[in-house]
Write a protein that binds this ligand. Sequence first.
Ligand code: NDP
Length: 276
Amino acid sequence: MEILDGKKFATQIKEDVKKSVMVMTKKPMLACIIAEGDKASEIYVASKQKACAECGMLSKIVRLDSSVSQTQLENEIETLNNDTQVTAILLQLPLPKHLDEQKALNKISPQKDADCLTFFNFGKLFAGDKDFAPCTAFGIIKLLEKYNVEIEGKHAVVVGRSNLVGRSVASLLEHHNATVTLCHSKTQNLKKHTQDADILVVAVGKPKFITADFVKKGAVVIDVGINRIDGTIIGDVDFENVSKKCGKITPVPGGVGPLTVACLMRNTLFLAQHVK
Ligand code: NDP
């Protein structure tokens, strides 16, 4: 069994971004909007800001009160859209419950859409664009490539269908010629599907949801889950037992999480380089 070391690979991606940024006269700037103020979102935004500094990029945080109105939030996004210093905008999710997440995301200019979640960019992804995708999904594909995991012709099973993770990684896997099964909470006999997976991606948000009996011997298992239990981070996969059966697996922490942040840096650089 081989561990897919996302942390190590993330460091390499950030090093590559840094090299490109070093020769740019105008340094890219990532703006993060945080409208919740919960502890997890604060940690995520702080790690994104730290990564920007590591890559020689600029960052700014726009902190909004959790009672912010939809109109106020959209006005803030519009201000960032019009700010020529800002290269990319990230709306930290989840938003407070009274706000319409997709409506707010769609206010981000597609040219500054760091996580590829506007309908415009998401549509491009679904139409076959492999070069720009939500950071987590993009990172997973890059990790598979890094570890020489063959995707073409394989059966990839994705559990979870959020735009942020499941649906976008399923689309990318299909673009790389996998045969893809996308499972969700209404899927019947989930185990029947997962047991047939050569590549199994799990993004459900339930600790140790996937146990060894869900996994085919020798499969490649990507655990996206981040579940905070009593101060510890636990994945969606029962690592201890699944790792004895599968061929390759991502750990939690140290797997997909660091890659998401590194690919956010990559996406910000991509927008700086490709959008005029
Ligand atoms: P969502 O809550 O948006 O989506 C969860 C998905 O899981 C839904 O599609 C849901 O189905 C499906 N699901 C729920 N219960 C079951 C079940 N019993 N059987 C099959 N499918 C089920 O979560 P996210 O996609 O945003 O995140 C998933 C996990 O990944 C979370 O732990 C999150 O913290 C983590 N995450 C990690 C990142 C990283 O960088 N490592 C980045 C982003 C997320 P349905 O659509 O039918 O409701």
